[in-house]
Design a binder for this molecule. Structure first.
Ligand SMILES: [Zn+2]
Length: 270
């Protein structure tokens, strides 16, 4: 069985209604999380959250990004430091999975030299040559991508394809990350090109790491989406809602779903 450890790695603030229709204009804090997955074959890091590299990369025109969504990062919060305090170093990781290339998910990649990166080929292709306003529209900061990433990246389609157990319907097949049968990667399209999720088999059953396929549980439990404005930066509204419907089915089947930016509590305002 695998285990999942969640880490809060900084947060941004913006009106609640951006993430959930009807949630009001009051500013709320949206944590950015990274997850450490331990299987019988080793350790995998799921996304990185923010890091100091984010502010280094947000210069020139890219300063617009933290102006629109102000970023807060405690000096002790970068995931590389949180892992180090647990005695875990870059060399201990088998993979870092990039769920998608939005800056708040990849800002810590530069802190893990040499670690294999797993992502979708479409996601990787979508950021090639992306810069300036086009990059900002996709919440992407080019300076966050390690220069040697092409040499140490494995694409989703290169991993072995497996059939999923029936309780994970409507998902039928997925890619096994390490041969343990404990972590299966799937595509969750709509939010960003090549957006990935992962089914993790833990002692309490299957958990879906859904990253930004939703920002609040009500997105999938009630099919109540985010602000229409948010689709200026999201990839495809129709695919987004298709994915929400699949997540609703999983939820109804008792599958736990973890979202990167889910608020810890309703009172989590700022
Ligand atoms: Zn995102």
């Amino acid at each position: 069985m695998a285990s999942i450890t969640a880490f809060d790695v900084g947060y941004c603030s913006h009106p609640g209604c951006m993430a959930l229709k009807g949630a009001g204009l009051k500013n709320r804090c949206f944590p950015s999380r990274a997850y450490l997955i331990q299987t019988s074959r080793g350790l995998h890091l799921w996304d990185t959250g923010y890091s100091e590299h984010f502010m280094d990369a947000a210069h020139g025109i890219y300063r617009l990004y933290p102006l629109v969504t102000p970023i807060h990062l405690n000096a002790q919060a970068p995931i590389v430091l949180q892992l180090k305090r647990m005695g875990i170093h870059a060399a201990d990781l088998r993979n870092i999975v990039v769920s998608h290339f939005h800056a708040d998910h990849i800002a810590g990649l530069l802190d893990f030299p040499g670690v294999r990166i797993v992502c979708a080929a479409e996601g990787w292709q979508s950021i090639q040559g992306l810069k300036g306003l086009s990059a900002l529209r996709r919440a992407f900061l080019p300076g966050l991508v390690p220069l040697d990433m092409p040499e140490r990246t494995t694409f989703l389609h290169e991993l072995p394809q497996m059939k999923l157990p029936p309780n994970l319907i409507p998902f039928e097949s997925a890619r096994d990350i390490d041969g343990s049968g404990e972590v299966y990667l799937i595509e969750l399209p709509g939010h960003a090109i090549g957006h990935l999720g992962a089914f993790v088999h833990t002692e309490s059953g299957w958990t879906l790491l859904a990253s930004d396929a939703a920002w609040a549980p009500e997105n999938y439990t009630e099919l109540r989406g985010p602000s229409e404005l948010s689709f200026l930066v999201q990839d495809n509204r129709s695919n987004y809602y298709d994915t929400l419907r699949k997540m609703q089915r999983l939820h109804q089947n008792g599958i736990e779903i973890l979202l990167t930016h889910q608020q810890a509590s309703e009172s989590n305002s700022c």
